[in-house]
Write a protein that binds this ligand. Sequence first.
Ligand code: FAD
Length: 380
Amino acid sequence: MDFALTEEQSAIFDMAHAFGQEQIAPFARKWEADGTIPKDLWPQVGALGFGGLYVSEDGGGSGLGRLDATLVFEALSMACPSVAAFLSIHNMCAKMLDMFGDDALKERIMPDVLSLNTVLSYCLTEPGSGSDAAALKTRAERTNEGYTLNGTKAFISGGGYSDAYVCMVRTGQDGPKGISTVYVEDGTPGLSFGALEKKMGWLSQPTAQVQFDDCKIPAGNLVGHEGDGFKYAMMGLDGGRLNISACSLGAAQTALNMTLQYMSERKAFGQSIDQFQGLQFRLADMEIELQAARTFLRQAAWKLDTGAPDATKFCAMAKKFVTETGSKVVDQCLQLHGGYGYLADYGIEKLVRDLRVHQILEGTNEIMRVIVARYMLANR
Ligand SMILES: Cc1cc2nc3c(=O)[nH]c(=O)nc-3n(C[C@H](O)[C@H](O)[C@H](O)COP(=O)(O)OP(=O)(O)OC[C@H]3O[C@@H](n4cnc5c(N)ncnc54)[C@H](O)[C@@H]3O)c2cc1C
């Protein structure tokens, strides 16, 4: 067993970290105030090979493993978890298209997907179905030319912003086997968006409903086979869960680094506050918890990379543990900043707000427990 990163993995982390510190961190608060990430950031991210992190090299992607990808998200989220998490969603879609799209579709769309000239959104959730995603109702009726879509997707990260939408829609019977995946380009007649959602964190990412009203797409925009869409959507999620965990981890590490520094500068009762042993113990606890989270996350990623039969269980366990640890750590960091932690200028309150949603999306942390318990009961 070897817990060390390879030289290549360290180089990947360093490259992503340097890019984040130079091109994202200085602007993160402005983008949050603007409620959007400038579109011209994405081709720069694409130039690093981050538009198709685990798309095969044959398919023009970077061909990285899941563990490698977590390093990218951990490093980028040290600059801004909202931007990093948005890139994770694009990568989840890119991988689905690479694995299941037919050659004609891939030839047409993948070059721009990989260069991030086409930014992708993932559309599974609907107003009436979130955790119970297989109950989705958006319909795609087969026509001579392709499909006509009717329905609404809710909470879509990048809704009204992205260039294309990877959508799970119902083409057949009720339940998971009646679901297919389709690719819908921005500008398609019948595709429209709800108002921007006002939310707690992830403010630089636009979130909106995606609506289909007799939205016609060509038959070639079906991804893979009819009826297999739910399977594709779920396969994307194991990796998505690792990435979102990595985003919690990187942001919490930044908060802890900032807190260590702050505590050496802030004085109370005639000494710097890092001299109070009670507070030192809290620093130590955060370090222990973050290191445990990192090790657990990387083990889960390794399970997914090596095709371990319990990879899904480990991804779910890691997602629950790491996202909750991340939120706990940033909250503690805010506390150790006193009143200043509550002020936007110190950068900690943004992390508290940004990380909260990681316990809700990519499957809520209750659903993560459902997955873990199901494995335990089935294998006792
Ligand atoms: C900012 C943001 C961005 C998002 N981006 C996207 C996106 O890009 N694409 C997308 O498709 N979706 C997206 N989502 C949606 C997200 O995935 C859902 O909100 C999430 O899956 C939960 O669904 P729900 O909100 O309908 O809650 P519900 O499913 O209604 O759950 C309500 C509560 O009940 C609990 N619960 C439900 N079922 C069970 C059960 N069986 N056992 C125990 N507890 C249960 C849940 O854990 C939760 O606490 C986003 C959400 C947010 C907030």
